[in-house]
Write a protein that binds this ligand. Structure first.
Ligand code: NAP
Length: 294
């Protein structure tokens, strides 16, 4: 079994991007990411910190706009409209989830697709359906999975790939990106009748659900590639005799890793790849907005 080391691979991506950013400076382009953060959810704060750190590593400029929880949809859209027309801003990221009173689809829709570095707008998602040439600003987590497979020379072409989870930001776009690479893709979700029937057939199994231990040893075939996208914080009290509040994925890593050929750890797998791909998208957006070939 080989561990797919997201920390190591993401560092390589960030170093390459640092060179790209330095080259852009010669053309007087200073890639800049604007981040909108609402409230003080500890997980959101941690994700934003990781993204800010990656910006510092690559030389991408960072501007953060913090709002208190009572903020309205209209206030956020006004800010996005301002950022859309600001030539110094190349990427706009709205940290999700937003509080209940805000209608997230309207907020996402307001982002100029050219600056939509999270790849969540209908325009960028729709383009991604065409083929790999149109995956300009693809959603960062699915893109991170693709970059991880590329790094370990795991070609999805002709493989049985099973994606568990069909959210608009992870499962669905990931399934489409794998289909674009000629995999035979099955998508499972909460209504799938016999999950194990499908997962056992997978050459590559990608899991994005948010349920610890959803995938157990008996549900995977020998030699499968396992991509665990889920991030779950265990309760601080008691889990198999442990009581540490640590982060785990959706896969029973300890036992499934004995059967897998490759597996991503959590933490240190897809998470850092997601952040690296956000940086990649920001640099891509900066190049495209300035008519520089990517
Ligand atoms: P989500 O919107 O809650 O989607 C979860 C998906 O799992 C849904 O399609 C849901 O189906 C399906 N599901 C729920 N229970 C299931 C079950 N028992 N069997 C099979 N499918 C089931 O979550 P998300 O935003 O896609 O995120 C999924 C996980 O990935 C979370 O743990 C999240 O923290 C993590 N994540 C990680 C990264 C990263 O960088 N590593 C990035 C984003 C998300 P229904 O919709 O039909 O209920």
């Amino acid at each position: 079994m080989e561990l797919m080391d997201g920390r190591k691979v993401s560092k390589e991506i960030l170093l390459k991007l640092k060179d790209d950013v330095a080259r852009l400076h010669f053309d007087h382009v200073h890639p800049k990411l604007a981040v909108i953060l609402v409230g003080k959810d500890p997980a959101s704060l941690a994700y934003v910190r990781q993204k800010q750190k990656a910006c510092a590593t690559t030389g991408i400029e960072w501007e953060q706009f913090d709002y208190d929880e009572p903020v309205t949809t209209e206030v956020l859209i006004d800010k996005i409209n301002e950022l859309n027309t600001d030539d110094k801003i190349h990427g706009i990221l709205v940290q999700l989830p937003l509080p209940e009173q805000v209608y997230s689809p309207d907020v996402i829709r307001a982002i100029d697709p050219k600056k939509d570095v999270d790849g969540f707008t209908a325009y960028n998602l729709g383009k991604m359906f065409i083929n790999t040439d149109f995956e300009d600003l693809a959603p960062c987590t699915p893109l991170g999975v693709i970059r991880m497979l590329e790094h370990y020379k795991i070609n999805p072409k002709g493989k049985e790939v099973v994606v568990v989870g069909h959210s608009n930001i992870v499962g669905k776009p990931l399934a489409m990106m794998l289909l674009n690479r000629d995999a035979t893709v099955t998508v499972c979700h909460v209504h799938t009748k016999d999950l194990a029937f499908h997962t056992k057939r997978a050459d590559i199994l990608c899991v994005a659900v948010g349920k610890p231990d959803l995938i157990t040893e008996d549900m995977v075939k020998d030699g499968a590639v396992i991509v665990d996208i889920g991030i779950n914080r265990l309760p601080t009290r008691l889990r198999r005799g442990r009581s540490d509040g640590r982060l785990v994925g959706d896969v029973d890593f300890e036992n499934v890793s004995k059967k897998a050929s490759y597996i991503t750890p959590v933490p240190g797998g897809v998470g850092p790849m997601t952040v690296a791909c956000l940086m990649e998208n920001t640099v891509t957006a900066a190049k495209r907005l300035n008519n520089i070939n990517p």
